[in-house]
Design a protein around this ligand. Structure first.
Ligand code: CTP
Ligand code: MG
Length: 226
C-alpha cells in the first residue's frame, strides 16, 4: 500500500499566542512539527510527506527534519484547507491518483504509532477513507447565549475528529476543490458523498491549540509516552 502524508504547518498559532507559531515550539529537544513528522514516518508504509509552510517562513530553513529527502516543502495558503490543497498538488508529481494520503496537523505532536497503524490497516481493509476520532465521553451541553444551558445533547452519536485523516489523493483533491470553507478533510469528503470511516483515536492525540494543551503535550512528550 502506497501512503503519503501532508502536514499543514503554515498557521500562525494566534490562539496560543506564543512568541513563535506553535509548530516551532520545542518539546524534549524537537519542534512540534518534527514530532508530528516523525510520528508519520514511524509507519514504513509512509513514503513521503509534503509539509506546507508559510510563504517567506525563515524558521523552516533551519530545521534539519525538513532536509530529509522524503520531505517536500511547499508554500501553504491563507486557510488550513488551502495549505492542505497545496500539499496534495505537490504530491501529485510523485504519487498516483489512487495512492493514499494521510493529512496530519503539525500541531498534533503526540500521535502514536499504534493508532496510525490502525488507521492505515482500516483503510487497507476497504472503503474510501477514514479518520482517527475520539468518542465523546463527557456530558454535552448546548448553549444559545453562551451563558446558560439550552439543552443536554445525546453524546452517544458524537465523535471528536482528529488527524491523521486518510483518503485517496485524487478523490480528496477533487473533494476539497469542490468544498466551501472546511476545517477538516472528512467534511469535504462527506459533502462529496464519500463514506468516511471512524477509527478510535486516543485522547492523547489532541491538537495543541491553547496554553493548557501545550502543558499536556510537554508532559506526554517529555515522559516519552508517545
Ligand atoms: N495551518 C496551515 N495553514 C493555515 C492555517 C493553519 O497549514 N493557513 C495549519 C497549522 O499550522 C496547524 C493546523 O493547520 O498545524 C491546524 O490549525 P490550527 O490549530 O488552527 O493552527 P493555527 O491556525 O496556527 O492556530 P490559530 O487558529 O490559533 O491561529
Ligand atoms: Mg487556525
Amino acid at each position: 500500500m502506497n501512503c503519503w502524508g501532508v502536514i499543514p504547518a503554515a498557521g500562525i498559532g494566534s490562539r496560543l499566542g506564543a512568541a513563535v507559531p506553535k509548530q516551532y515550539l520545542e518539546i524534549a529537544g524537537r519542534t512540534l512539527l518534527e514530532h508530528s513528522l516523525r510520528a508519520l514516518f514511524a509507519d514504513a508504509r509512509v513514503k513521503g510527506v509534503a509539509v506546507a509552510l508559510r510563504a517567506g517562513d525563515e524558521r523552516a530553513a533551519a530545521l534539519a527534519c525538513l532536509q530529509d529527502p522524503r520531505v517536500l516543502r511547499v508554500e501553504g495558503g491563507a486557510e488550513r484547507a488551502d495549505s492542505v490543497a497545496a500539499g496534495l498538488a505537490a504530491l501529485g508529481e510523485r504519487a498516483a491518483e489512487d495512492d493514499w494520503v494521510l493529512v496530519h496537523d503539525a500541531a498534533r505532536p503526540c500521535l502514536d504509532a499504534k493508532s496510525l497503524g490502525a488507521l492505515i490497516d482500516a483503510v487497507a481493509a476497504g472503503g474510501s477513507g477514514a479518520i482517527l476520532a475520539q468518542p465523546v465521553s463527557d456530558t454535552v451541553k448546548r448553549s444559545d447565549d453562551g451563558n446558560t444551558v439550552a439543552a443536554t445533547v445525546d453524546r452517544r452519536s458524537l465523535w471528536l475528529a482528529q488527524t491523521p485523516q486518510l483518503f485517496r489523493l485524487g478523490e480528496l483533491t477533487r473533494a476539497l476543490a469542490g468544498a466551501g470553507a472546511v476545517t477538516d478533510e472528512a467534511s469535504a469528503m462527506e459533502a462529496a458523498g464519500h463514506p468516511v470511516g471512524l477509527v478510535p483515536g486516543p485522547r492523547t492525540n489532541f491538537k495543541v491549540t491553547t496554553a493548557d494543551d501545550l502543558l499536556l503535550a510537554r508532559c506526554l512528550l517529555a515522559a516519552g509516552e508517545n
